[in-house]
Design a protein around this ligand. Sequence first.
Ligand SMILES: *[C@@H]1O[C@H](CO)[C@@H](O)[C@H](O)[C@H]1NC(C)=O
Ligand SMILES: *[C@@H]1O[C@H](CO)[C@@H](O)[C@H](O)[C@H]1NC(C)=O
Ligand SMILES: *[C@@H]1O[C@H](CO)[C@@H](O)[C@H](O)[C@H]1NC(C)=O
Length: 299
Amino acid sequence: MKFSLISVLSAASAAVLLTLSAVPASALPAAPAAVQSIEKRASEIEGLNNYSCKPANGQRPVILVHATLLTLNSWDDVAPVLIKRGFCVFALTYGVNKAVPGGFGGLNTIESSAQELANFANNVLKQTNSTQVDIVGHSQGGILARYWIKYLDGKGKVYRHVGVSPINHGTTLSNIVTIAKTFGLFYPSQDLFDKFAPSFYQMVNTSEFIKKLNAGGDFAPGVIHSNIATKYDEVVTPYETCWQKGAGITNLLLQDLCMLSLNEHLTMVNSNVVIQFILNQLDPVTAKTANCLAIVKGF
Ligand SMILES: *[C@@H]1O[C@H](CO)[C@@H](O)[C@H](O)[C@H]1NC(C)=O
Ligand SMILES: *[C@@H]1O[C@H](CO)[C@@H](O)[C@H](O)[C@H]1NC(C)=O
Ligand SMILES: *[C@@H]1O[C@H](CO)[C@@H](O)[C@H](O)[C@H]1NC(C)=O
């Protein structure tokens, strides 16, 4: 298990507290070691973002969209498996606020992050001579494409959408407060969050953003949607808020595939059962049931 919410958040907390102490950026120490090790893995995902890759017949480029506080490095278990299976795999890091050290993604307004995804995806379509992409999105990354399709220029450009603990219906204010406390902020105010990480309050289930996202339906017509969630989610509660309500949408609980799995919100992308779920969605013809007992690591 590479990530835990606490380890990522405590790195984040150090970064944010440094920012808040109004020290000039040049005087700040380097990002905490945990963050550096996450960053270091970025360039090690071999074959990722290869714009010479030609999707095989019946396949589309696959774009991976990470969660709040993470970066494209969080796909370092998922991406190599997809690449080995012959998919053309792309990933971006979005929502980085340069005023917050550490390179955390997913901090900026969700609208601006959706625009970053739009720009990235339009470039992938152009460079690979494709008309559609498949998207796999984790947490906040699981709703950006829906915003792209509904409110930007994404209509018709997404074939499949796989959500890994996607925040389709937002999270609760109390979870945001829990995160804020982990940041070391006792009475976290929205003002404070809005300064360095406006996405946080936009993820609350009653926010204007979530209302707008789901106005007229919580899925994109014509897109094949599927979602996987975990019982042990500490960010998206209750986990059923990950589900989408359209006909024909697959909504699956990780523990229904693998009763013993203890994966929580951030480690979902390190689970081999989740990786098998993603493969099954992207290539239903060769779909296999993940046998969690046969999996040594990360079930
Ligand atoms: C990129 O894709 C091309 C075309 O499939 C392939 O020849 C090349 O080896 C790939 N490069 C990497 C770094 O995977
Ligand atoms: C896309 O099409 C252009 C022009 O036909 C070609 O030069 C390029 O190699 C193609 N790229 C891929 C990844 O197929
Ligand atoms: C938001 O979450 C709270 C806490 O679970 C719940 O009571 C409330 O009904 C939710 N509101 C909406 C609009 O989903």
